[in-house]
Write a protein that binds this ligand. Sequence first.
Ligand code: SAM
Length: 349
Amino acid sequence: MIRLPDPTVRSAAPTRPAGLSGLADQFGRVARDLRVSVTDRCNLRCTYCMPAEGLPWLPKPDMLTDEELVRVVGLFVRDGITQVRLTGGEPLLRRSLVDVVDAIAALDPRPRIAMTTNGVGLDRLARPLADAGLDRVNVSLDTIDSETFTHLTRRDRLSDVEAGLKAAADAGLTPVKVNAVAMRGINDTDVADVLAWCLDRGYELRFIEQMPLDAQHAWDRDDMVSADEIRDRLSERFTLTPLPAADRGSAPAERFLVDGGPATVGIIASVTQPFCAACDRTRLTADGQVRNCLFSTTETDLRGPMREGATDDELLGLIRGEMWRKRRGHGIDDPDFVQPDRPMSAIGG
Ligand code: SAM
């Protein structure tokens, strides 16, 4: 049974100085990118993410309603968020997703709206989502081998993902990005095949190092496929030319031109070369908790205060306080590192 953190627990940290504006933290970073988990449910069961039987999903009354969710996103936008990324769980499983996108697109100033999805069902929803205001998608796809896909996700849905990707491109949700996690003994030897497949179709591929965020707490650093290893494997088939680091900004991926370009591939070394110093992200869970980091072991509850009648300014005070407490780094390498109780699927990846 997964235990979610007690939302009343706050980390001890200096209080935010009066007069500061925006979503700043103690280390000079300012959040601009909000990840919103719209549901913790998923229709795949990726072995590195959750057990075959799924997880104890959030009861509906614990989840933010559309109105609550859009109200909170509006507060973040008022305080400087310029990009909202919808995720989950699987965001396409939220029935009202098109309405949510429509309402976020109506905020002033209008944030850019992106979504991270496994792509199942996107063939139907790409067009309505684009019409409602969705700007871009990242589709998670770790392998293009149908047997490996079925083994890895415990579902035979590769053709649905392919159809979803194509529909996203047809609907103009471009550049269509593909996110892949390389895992030893599962798909680590196939990374160049995935890149060739994406290049053929005009999708921009990014590999992400596997992080200790699995519900089973089975992550093992020694077994992790590192960014260097992924680069070496890709280099066996392609010539990779690093793009200048200055072009990277707060983007987590180190990008390479493939065979002289213009196509690129990205590698996100979240574990071996953390980019916390440039992090401009913050997160809202489907049950209304603000998390200042993927690896945070504390969070700030907005749902309770909101349902008890908190004003916008009071909620903004809670959001700012949570951001101010953001730690310098994710601490995966610290001897006292503790994996968060919430798995990736309940945080919003
Ligand atoms: N269901 C959506 C999807 O598949 O894109 C959104 C949620 S999913 C948790 C978001 C991303 O997190 C996926 O690309 C998935 O591969 C990635 N992910 C899940 N567990 C991970 C882990 N332990 N380390 C790195 N990435 C992980």
